[in-house]
Design a binder for this molecule. Structure first.
Ligand SMILES: NC(=O)c1ccc[n+]([C@@H]2O[C@H](COP(=O)([O-])OP(=O)(O)OC[C@H]3O[C@@H](n4cnc5c(N)ncnc54)[C@H](O)[C@@H]3O)[C@@H](O)[C@H]2O)c1
Length: 271
């Protein structure tokens, strides 16, 4: 399968390495970033046949090399600018900056382009787990979705903390409780987890956010209560070495999704 990647940062680099070292059996045909030198460096570092990879600054360049799958690993702005256009060319897209889909207008445009282009949008589990069970449970009805996030105080914008009245934090403290869409606006670092969970469960989660000066991992606890089950999920994520805002697991979940999309395995595990 011919794959193109938008975004040559932490997640993009894990994907380029996995494709060029052949752990994902795909052909890398284009890389695109605002900073094209980031793509050039990645291609040179990991890919033997780097000259065959188009280095693009705009979408026309990327579409010209006729990818069969495009991975967005860039930003919410990139989702807004490119995803519908790619889909309308009949090319499926893997979306990492899923927080963009909390915006109803963007979600509507993406769904419309997907239908019109007969192309699909794939959203990896990212930094969380057990979305297969959450989706299954939604078929019998979900009563409540709660997400509790625990991060080091450094993970939060100091101005936001000050505005919320948390100038000095010496021990674990709850800094927010409320609707997920409000949390996503206040704490953009949480936006992808909130959006992915909302799309899987079919409802906006209730969110609690905790700041902890001693914590070195990003922890997400999720409880989903439905007719058929109560699901409790706890993920302790190590930050990605190249981008501490991104959990390493998020990049690995994109690698796994690509493997499943490009390799014709006869057994699929998980719904
Ligand atoms: N789904 C999840 O659970 C999850 C987890 C972590 C990160 N993410 C999201 O995935 C995306 C990538 O994460 P990352 O850690 O690799 O980020 P990163 O900052 O390390 O890399 C992003 C790259 O994309 C480029 N870029 C940004 N906007 C662009 C645009 N409009 N056009 C072209 N290039 C653009 C940047 O220059 C940068 O090189 C981010 O939006 C992040 O929020 C999602």
């Amino acid at each position: 399968m011919r794959v193109a990647i938008i975004g040559c940062g932490a997640i993009g680099s894990v994907l380029v390495e996995a494709i060029c070292r052949e752990s994902i059996k795909a052909g890398l045909v284009a890389l695109m970033d605002i900073y094209s030198e980031k793509c050039e460096n990645l291609a040179k570092s990991f890919c033997r046949e780097s000259l065959n990879i188009a280095i693009c600054r705009d979408l026309e360049c990327l579409l010209n090399v006729k990818p069969q799958l495009v991975v967005e690993a860039a930003s919410q702005q990139a989702v807004k600018e490119y995803v519908s256009r790619v889909l309308s060319h009949g090319i499926s897209v893997v979306v990492l900056s899923v927080g963009a889909l909390l915006d109803e207008d963007i979600l509507k445009a993406v769904k419309g382009a997907s239908r019109a282009g007969k192309a699909r949008v794939y959203i990896p589990s990212g930094a969380i787990a057990c979305l297969d069970a959450v989706k299954a449970l939604a078929n019998a009805g979900i009563n409540r979705v709660v997400l509790r996030t625990y991060k080091n105080i450094r993970a939060f914008d100091s101005e936001t903390l000050r505005k919320l009245g948390f100038g000095e934090v010496r021990e674990r403290i709850k800094i927010f409780e409320g609707r997920g869409d409000v949390a996503a606006k206040l704490f953009p670092a949480n936006v992808n987890v909130v959006a992915t969970l909302a799309l899987a469960a079919g409802q906006i989660p209730w969110v609690e956010v905790y700041a902890d000066p001693k914590l070195e991992k990003n922890i997400h606890e999720i409880v989903v209560e439905g007719k058929a089950s109560t699901i409790s999920i706890r993920v302790e994520n190590v930050p990605h070495p190249r981008n501490p805002r991104t959990s390493y697991l998020a990049a690995l979940s994109a690698v796994q999704l690509l493997k499943e999309l490009v390799e014709e395995e006869s057994i699929t595990v998980g719904t």
